[in-house]
Design a protein. Structure first.
Length: 109
């Protein structure tokens, strides 16, 4: 697939509240490496929110109906790693965050 574009935006506080209410949610949404990266930052939720957006943006760009959160991994850089049935796709991402919002864009090449 060539030319797919996806974008996502999220209030950081919304994700932080969800993770507080359901501590195991982070394990379902983020890989161990993503959680480790975020935990080393002053505001982990900000970095997890940007990764959440990147995963949503990738799913939109690839026009996925069903997918696993752990098949899309966003490492420092950001470097996108696609696992399982998503491996082999060529997708570029860009992340952003401010005090209150996080966002990402994904483009299939």
């Amino acid at each position: 697939m060539a030319g797919g574009i996806g974008i996502d935006l999220l209030e950081i506080e919304r994700l932080e509240r969800a993770l507080e209410r359901r501590p195991r949610l982070a394990e379902r949404l983020f890989t161990e490496r993503e959680r480790a990266y975020a935990s080393g930052r002053a505001r982990p939720g900000q970095h997890l929110a940007a990764r959440f957006c990147a995963k949503e943006a990738v799913a939109k760009a690839l026009r996925l109906d069903a997918w696993s959160w752990l098949d899309i991994e966003v490492l420092e850089g950001p470097v996108l790693v696609l696992h399982g049935p998503l491996s082999g796709h060529d997708v570029e991402i860009s992340l952003t965050h401010s005090k209150g919002m996080a966002g990402a864009v994904a483009v299939v090449r």
